[in-house]
Design a binder for this molecule. Structure first.
Ligand code: FAD
Ligand code: UDP
Length: 386
């Protein structure tokens, strides 16, 4: 049952054994498990739709499926997560490929033999390319930040061309202050494999992501209330366990200070035909304001031809108090602050903090679902059956 929330807080939660704050992948996975075991669950979300950041909808004007909060590609090595989600959706194979524009030229991304060969102007064997990178990669035996890590992985020339400007735009932070792990999300390949991800399972849900959530939350044991903020509604909540997937700093009234988040402004445009001939084009140069352009119809080629096309230019910036928090920035001061919030969270014995916002972690969808499966077994279920 889905309703938009002007009901009083009491009726929102009437009869609930469990309250779930946030209808994204973490919240929906926990709610679905609880409902299947016969518990009654009230799910609230302050947005007017389910799905969290994975929400998709069909644009009425063009018929094209849009990923409202930026393109979402499903990829994982976890058979457990695939088996679980496959209860709610069929899949279409989809291998994501990304191109990047640097200095007026186009290269495949992530960096692979084709990128290196195009960049240097000579066809290199894997051994030659490794030697070329090694020649430019010295100086950081124990890389301590994104810049040092990137240079040690791909050498300074490729770092300068493809990573420095893009990262500076995307994080609005000097790459030498960012954690090294961010760059290890990108593979470096000494082959002509130009897929963006290396995972065993790479695919798209047949009918979009929102359809998955509608099925996950369809149980009569689940009541979904949209347009309801926990901080307005919690006064009327019964004393039952809560799964909270909003920002952890907000839960505690930001009493230890605000955690750093990056938000993205998506500028949508409609054009005739095909705009860029691929799903995602990155823009590596610092003097181009946007980081990348996504063209949505290329994420679902099996849907056939469309006369028009919808693109989104992405502009990244620090999230202010009213902005959607998307990416945890995770500077050293953020990590220290988050440790403080984690200690406060440990005192909330009947609240489970989860998901990207609740644990201040850069989680992909499969990781958010995997974390929710574990949280259900280890934390939420024990609270309900105690
Ligand atoms: P969310 O989806 O953020 O859900 C949390 C929900 O809680 C939100 O709906 C929010 O409105 C609600 N909420 C917050 N505070 C409150 C409150 N006070 N009261 C009520 N409700 C509240 N992952 C991939 O696997 N592949 C990709 O290609 C990919 N691309 C991405 C691109 C972008 C631009 C972004 C931002 C993320 C991307 N991700 C991708 C990550 C993916 O979005 C997350 O893994 C997933 O959304 C995490 O689910 P979640 O439930 O933790 O959080
Ligand atoms: N990155 C880059 N150039 C690119 C693509 C990625 O410098 O063309 C860097 C950037 O710092 C980014 C990181 O690699 O944050 C990880 O890339 P991914 O695509 O996973 O980033 P996301 O869009 O999820 O932040």
């Amino acid at each position: 049952m889905v309703c938009e929330g002007d009901a009083g807080a009491m009726s929102l939660f009437d009869g609930a054994d469990l309250i779930v704050v946030g209808a994204g992948f973490f919240g929906a996975t926990v709610a679905e498990h609880a409902a299947r075991e016969g518990f009654r669950v009230a799910v609230i979300d302050r947005r007017k739709h389910v799905g969290g950041n994975a929400f998709t909808y069909v644009d009425a004007h063009t018929g094209i499926e849009i990923h409202k909060y930026g393109p979402h590609i499903f990829h994982t090595n976890s058979g457990e997560v695939v088996d679980y989600l496959s209860r709610f959706t069929g899949w279409v194979p989809y291998e994501h490929r990304v191109w990047t524009t640097a200095g007026g030229r186009v290269f495949p991304m992530p960096i692979n033999l084709a990128t290196i060969s195009l960049f240097t102007g000579r066809l290199m064997s894997p051994r030659e390319a490794r030697a070329w990178v090694a020649e430019h990669a010295g100086g950081f035996p124990a890389p301590g930040n994104l810049e040092e890590k990137a240079i040690s992985l791909i050498g300074r020339p490729l770092y300068e061309a493809f990573i420095r400007g893009y990262t500076q735009k995307q994080w609005q932070t000097d790459p030498s202050l960012l954690p090294a792990e961010v760059i290890t999300r990108l593979p470096v390949r000494y082959s002509f494999d130009n897929r963006y991800f290396s995972d065993t399972f790479q695919m798209m849900p047949e009918h979009g992501y929102t359809a998955i959530f509608e099925r996950m939350l369809a149980s009569p044991n689940i009541a979904v209330h949209l347009g309801v903020d926990w901080f307005s509604a919690r006064g009327g909540a019964p004393d039952v366990p809560v799964v909270y997937t909003g920002p952890i700093d907000r839960y505690f009234g930001e009493r230890l200070g605000r955690l750093g988040w990056r938000t993205v402004d998506f500028a949508h445009e409609v054009h005739e035909g095909d705009f860029q001939g691929c799903a995602v084009m990155n823009y590596a140069d610092a003097d181009v304001a946007w980081t990348r352009i996504a063209e949505f119809k290329h994420f679902a080629p099996w849907r056939g031809e469309f006369e028009k096309t919808v693109i989104a230019r992405e502009y990244s910036r620090f999230a202010g108090a009213r902005d959607e928090p998307y990416y945890p920035i995770n500077l050293a001061e953020d990590r220290a602050r988050y440790d403080g919030y984690r200690a406060l969270a440990a005192e909330e014995k009947r609240v489970v903090f989860g998901g990207r916002l609740g644990t201040y972690r850069y989680l992909d969808m499969h990781q958010a679902i995997g974390a929710a499966l574990r949280a259900w077994d280890r934390e939420v279920r024990p609270l309900l059956t105690r």
